[in-house]
Design a protein around this ligand. Sequence first.
Ligand code: F6P
Length: 544
Amino acid sequence: MTARTPLTALPAYATLAQLARDLEAVTIPSLFEADPARVGSFSATAAGLHLDFSKHRLNREALAALVALAGQAQLVDGIEALLTGGEINNTERRPALHTLLRGTAAGELQGLYSEVTATQARMRAVSERLNAGQHTGFSGRTITDVVNIGIGGSDLGPRLVTEALSHCHGNLRCHFVANVDPADLASVLADLDAATTLFIICSKSFRTEETLANSLAARQWTLGAGASEDELDRHFLAVTTNLAAAAQFGIPAENCLPMWEWVGGRYSVWSAVGLSVAIAIGWERFADFLGGAAAMDAHFREAPLDANLPVLMALLEIWYGAFYGAQNHVVLPYAQALDRLPDFLQQLTMESNGKSVDSSGQPLPYNTAPVLWGAAGTIGQHSFHQLLHQGTLLCPADFILPLSTHADDKAQHRRLVANCLAQSRAMLVGRSLEAATASLEARGHTGADAAALAPHLAMPGSRPNSVITMDSLTPATLGALLALYEHRTFVSGYLWGINPFDQWGVELGKEIGTQILARLEQDEGETMDAATEALITRWRNVSD
Ligand code: F6P
């Protein structure tokens, strides 16, 4: 891959460094006073999502310089290469075409797209057959429960989307098993009847230890409940690129739905990896989910950089990381349905951009992906928000708020909305020492007492945050939201010079895990470092 000019060598980088220093002395509330049109100018809308990024340490000049930086990095060419099948994943020599799964650039990529639509037709058929009650198990009874066995991208995406769209569910119940800890599978199977349960083994590689171990256990469970070997076909489907390994496991080709090397695991919910979603919500709604993502793709491709949601969000990430040393980013969905979003985004952003060399292998001189964390509001308010408001870490935040609810209790939802807006505003405005003192006095504290307590109550404010709203959480807006974060991840990686589509860093741990398992099972293999040896001995002392 041709080496690009490093971010730090682009002309706008030095300008931004100076602007960041100038803005350090400025409070974010004062930026609102200086620019009455700020909210309108620091907002953008696309694909049913509205991004308000006015509460950031950013003025028009800095925003323009960030956009100039993206221009100088030739981001538009990068976006086009991503969407049209350029070899963007250079270390694995392949494109990253998750966008094609939702029809983006289908015209330019007809050959590959025909494989996508053929697979979608199969997904649709499986989903419709199950939902019509036509798929029966070994005893002749209708399948009622589907268990997706997978991990990482073969779990987090379908799990999030299935749970987030529970208001769209049909008759089938979908469950997810990921952890190699046998307690995970056991807790899911405890409530299920093998005669009416269908497993989807979801593994791009069909080599992942956790998934294979859980699948073997599920197979035994089904046989143990009375199924014959021949009847297992009614209970096991696979989604994989590795048909040979699936066949060896005992899943015939007609029970396998394909994946492609050009779809990364963490970008794969749009593929047959989303089969459990399509089963849970029905094909039409799954198509709406794809449509929402396609609308975000179109926006990403066509909107100018200064009104482009994923680009703006990535530029904010670059801004705080490069010029203010931010090393974490908090995501706060104010919707219980999006409870799993931080988990999904952790893999998306940290497996994509948690790297310290550029795409040509050169060490990078700046921070890359921050730690992403978060939890559904209002849960976090009663645990970690203290740190957001008064801690010493810089934690740029994304609040995500569906403006309406599918729940019946609209009054209670109003409370949720109020809490979200309040937290975002509290981060912005904070509370001065004077206001803190006055508040204490109003509560009956005497002068000296109030003065002593006031520093504990005072809050600096000026804590940067964005608010992403949507009218309601639907398959389409959820699709757009996930595509937004996918593209934000790509743009950040592109600007940092990273290849966001490989994950070589996960391999060593897997290799050592295999070596240690050999030691635990047969006491075979090489002696390890003293600390690991001591832990192996501790395990031996208590294992059966
Ligand atoms: O270990 C990391 C990883 O390779 C992820 O990138 C991937 O999503 C996950 O494991 C599961 O992989 P597979 O779908 O091949 O089982």
